[in-house]
Design a protein around this ligand. Sequence first.
Ligand SMILES: C[S@@+](CC[C@H](N)C(=O)[O-])C[C@H]1O[C@@H](n2cnc3c(N)ncnc32)[C@H](O)[C@@H]1O
Length: 288
Amino acid sequence: MAQENKYFIEPENAAEMARLLKLDRLLTRAMGGPLGERSQEELENIQDVLDIASGPGGWALEVANTYRFMRVTGIDISEIMVRYANGLAESSGRSNAHFRRIDALSLPLAFPDQSFDLINARLIVGFMPTTFWPQFLKECQRILRPGGILRLTECEGGMIGVTTSVGCEILSRAGMLALHRAGQSFTPNDALLGSMTVLPSLLRRTGYQDVRHVAHAIDWSINTPWYDACCQNALIGFRLLKPFLLKHRAITEEDFRLAYQRMEQDFQAEDFCGMWYFVTVSGTNSPG
Ligand SMILES: C[S@@+](CC[C@H](N)C(=O)[O-])C[C@H]1O[C@@H](n2cnc3c(N)ncnc32)[C@H](O)[C@@H]1O
């Protein structure tokens, strides 16, 4: 069953690939490593890993490099990102990682039942309609082994969390409104995304057990180590998001220009503050 591509940024855009490469390093470090919340004993039971919407492959390659006994498959809709990730795996000698171009919205996924011990997906709200989540979670159950783990990470506050920048907040709000109109937001209004709020419950309703969550927050206020990387993510990300915002009439061209200009100035303010919130939700596939 194929769905219209809903990703809010053009997936074949090289600038988006560059943004995701930097974002991956930032997020994985801020989350304490690629599988930071898992115990040694849990990690030892994981052999086959699937990363859904793997982008240019940063997370999957870090898993393959850190845990050499694991076999990691990444899937993404973007041809350039899959090609890049395979190139990186080959040139770095990571024969336990490979990447395939697969649309995660086209079910069933091209994997036999019970193929994986762990499925990871980080930041997929940008292309996942809310109505599709129940089928998607069921499909993950099918390809997970009994006792296998589904691990999802989503954020709140749009492109970059909550800030003291007037311009950034106008653009974030437009992003929420556009996602709301596109059917990719769980909240009854357009103020927030709500995915972090509903995922634990969705997992429980689908039959996953031992549903857990871990929260992360990145302080990227001025003079912090994360400031430069997050400013860049916002400046590039909002430019790439602009066609999606205009398509859903979440902002006018002129208001976008003014808000963007204001955001650039606000980021330089000596009292600028930004905080980005994430939650990793996981659940175990029932043993049969
Ligand atoms: C925000 S990025 C997240 C990348 C990566 N998971 C990470 O956390 O660094 C979303 C990714 O979803 C991919 N994507 C968009 N639509 C998709 C679809 N229908 N199926 C699979 N991947 C898709 C994009 O190409 C992009 O790489």
